[in-house]
Design a binder for this molecule. Structure first.
Ligand SMILES: *[C@@H]1O[C@H](CO)[C@@H](O)[C@H](O)[C@H]1NC(C)=O
Ligand SMILES: *[C@@H]1O[C@H](CO)[C@@H](O)[C@H](O)[C@H]1NC(C)=O
Ligand SMILES: *[C@@H]1O[C@H](CO)[C@@H](O)[C@H](O)[C@H]1NC(C)=O
Ligand SMILES: *[C@@H]1O[C@H](CO)[C@@H](O)[C@H](O)[C@H]1NC(C)=O
Length: 550
């Protein structure tokens, strides 16, 4: 068995292929636990068809639609940045898709529509609802994370869309798991059973494809397919703040995937200093990372395929005290203003807690039925703000194009910045309302791209087998991050859809009431009663019994 695995690994290595699986577990004190899975497949761009590890369906999508980089996430729940810090990868609630196409593509909009329809079929998600009326081309907020030619005008190649209403469930997870080389039979993906996943407060599944350099000078590239799952558990649902794989996923880990070059589990044990706990079994090693203002301690497990069953867990020796949550350096909030059914406003609040200024790009994206007026843009209730360094606005068009506003801001140290923009409510055509029109209409999240000056509350996986990843103590002058705010909901002026029903009810009642007397009049014969001497009481009683007998 061991020989077979080594042999297999050697063969795959010769093809330049690699598969890496990782789990990262971080307590989010005092009430939640974050677990993040990532499965990375690396393949040669040319030999995709002959690959043993890479999912063929993704490969074909990438090559047919000439996609250079692709990000797709399906998320249920809301990541709370001010309480939980930052996730490894942020995602907008609902479905989100964005991609950079190859410069050789002639009609990007056409390929984009085809791409979203294909992915929709592949993941059983409603991505086919993506069309020009909800697609934008971000100018400053999103940049490729993979290798791109530096002389390229990448913004024109980008398309972005989000569907905040999309509901994520089991039918999306099953096709997602099928893309992994070990599917769900072996390896870390065996932990992901939908019964436990849909019990969480927040879950997000994603597929991220990009090109990475295969050589020093980056003349050769490889394709990296990264599949991710992020889960946030509430200790209340687990029952206590002592967790274990069995409690989180329903069973232990049945060893690593035999096709994986490395299978690593990281557990963030930094909080052990304040609330001591015991980790079982003992980790293979403990690594320390000190970078950009953060001080991390990670327990590392290297799992191999021969492991029978492993159940990593934590037992606290003291009860966790309620602690004050220190919010991360940058956090934000979004809400809807206004009353009545005519005008309203969206407010995005950005808080910079840090002692230096932070540069951020804020992308507001409003659907065509919520026209936002650039003239009503106020920053800290000023029309002309010194904070705005650059601005991009693309007005929407009814049923064709969404409204899109991007602002490059310099947030002053220790400040709160409010961005307010007004909108009007629009009357939709009656077929354009969803079946539950009174539920309200979702507005997508704003995207916030920031260059954080510190790595505090910044989460990234430190050690992996692949050398292009950042090493553990790497210090940078800034840490790039892209966040999504919470979504919002508005209630549009909705016609009274119960009206036809009321009319039908009323009409039916009237008809029913009129029917009885009319029927009686039309069908019954009128007979005159002979008028004689008034009957005595005994005669009346006799008559009564006589009628009974008949
Ligand atoms: C952010 O990081 C600081 C220090 O690293 C920590 O004290 C604080 O609790 C963290 N906040 C959150 C919300 O994670
Ligand atoms: C990139 O393309 C956009 C839109 O076509 C254009 O406005 C911009 O100037 C171009 N930038 C460069 C560096 O060529
Ligand atoms: C946490 O700290 C206690 C002592 O303070 C130590 O016994 C224990 O092993 C630590 N736990 C981990 C996971 O390092
Ligand atoms: C990172 O820095 C810490 C503290 O400075 C040190 O103990 C640790 O060995 C370093 N880790 C690596 C991988 O260099």
């Amino acid at each position: 068995m061991a020989f077979c695995i080594i042999f297999l690994t050697l063969i795959l290595g010769a093809f330049g292929e690699e598969f890496i699986e990782e789990i990262f577990i971080k307590p989010l004190p005092p009430t939640h636990l974050y677990s993040y899975f990532q499965f990375i497949t690396l393949v040669d761009t040319e030999s995709f068809v002959h690959s043993n590890l890479a999912p063929r369906s993704i490969g074909e999508v990438i090559s047919r639609f000439q996609v250079d980089e692709l990000h797709m996430t399906l998320t249920e729940g809301q990541w709370r940045h001010s309480q939980w810090g930052y996730p490894v990868l942020d995602a907008a609630p609902g479905a989100e898709l964005y991609a950079w196409f190859n410069p050789e593509v002639k009609d990007i909009d056409l390929e984009w529509r085809k791409l979203s329809a294909t992915l929709s079929g592949l993941f059983c998600a409603s991505l086919n609802f993506i069309d020009s009326f909800n697609t934008i081309t971000p100018q400053m907020a999103l940049w490729p994370t993979g290798a791109v030619k530096s002389n390229l005008n990448v913004t024109t190649l980008l398309r972005y869309a989000s569907l905040p209403r999309e509901i994520v469930c089991t039918e999306n997870l099953t096709p997602w798991k099928k893309l992994l080389p070990c599917e769900s039979s072996r390896g870390f993906s065996a932990l992901l059973n939908s019964r436990m996943i849909h019990n969480t407060n927040y879950h997000s599944i994603g597929v991220h494809v990009r090109k990475v350099c295969a050589s020093e000078d980056c003349t050769e590239t490889k394709l990296e397919i990264k599949q991710t799952v992020a889960l946030v558990y509430d200790y209340k649902i687990i029952g206590s703040n002592d967790w274990s794989f069995r409690k989180l996923f329903g069973h232990g880990l049945p060893g690593a995937c035999p096709l994986a070059t490395s299978s690593i589990i990281h557990v963030d044990i930094t909080s052990n200093t304040s609330y001591p706990f015991q980790l079982s079994p003992m980790p293979d090693k403990v690594v320390q990372s000190r970078r950009g203002g953060s001080d991390l301690k990670l327990a590392v497990y290297e799992i191999d395929a021969s492991v029978e069953m492993i159940n990593i867990g934590v037992k606290h020796s003291t009860k966790e005290k309620l602690s004050v949550i220190i919010p991360p350096p940058l956090h934000f909030n979004r809400y809807v203003l206004g009353y009545g059914k005519e005008f309203g406003g969206i407010v995005t609040e950005l808080v910079n807690n840090y002692w230096t200024a932070i540069d951020v790009v804020v992308l507001e994206n409003a659907p065509w039925w919520l026209p936002i007026q650039l003239s009503s843009l106020r920053i800290n209730s000023e029309a002309e703000s010194k904070l705005v360094k650059s601005q991009y606005y693309s007005p929407g068009r009814s049923r064709q194009k969404p409204y899109h506003l991007e602002l490059l801001l310099k947030l002053p140290p220790r400040s709160t910045t409010t961005i307010t923009i007004d909108f009007e409510f629009v009357f939709l055509k009656w077929q354009e309302y969803p079946p539950d029109a009174n539920h309200g209409f979702y507005i997508g999240s704003a995207i916030i791209a920031a260059n954080l000056p510190t790595a505090k509350n910044y989460t990234s996986l430190p050690v992996t087998g692949i050398n292009y990843h950042s090493t553990i103590n790497a210090s940078q002058s800034w840490y790039p991050a892209v966040f999504r705010t919470n979504g919002a909901m508005v209630s549009l002026p909705t016609p009274d859809f119960s009206m036809p029903y009321n009319v039908i009810c009323l009409a039916c009642t009237v008809v029913a009431l009129a029917f009885g007397p009319l029927h009686n009049i039309c069908t019954k014969e009128l007979i005159l009663k002979p008028v004689g001497t008034p009957l005595s009481l005994t005669q009346k009683i006799l008559n009564f019994f006589k009628r009974k007998k008949e």
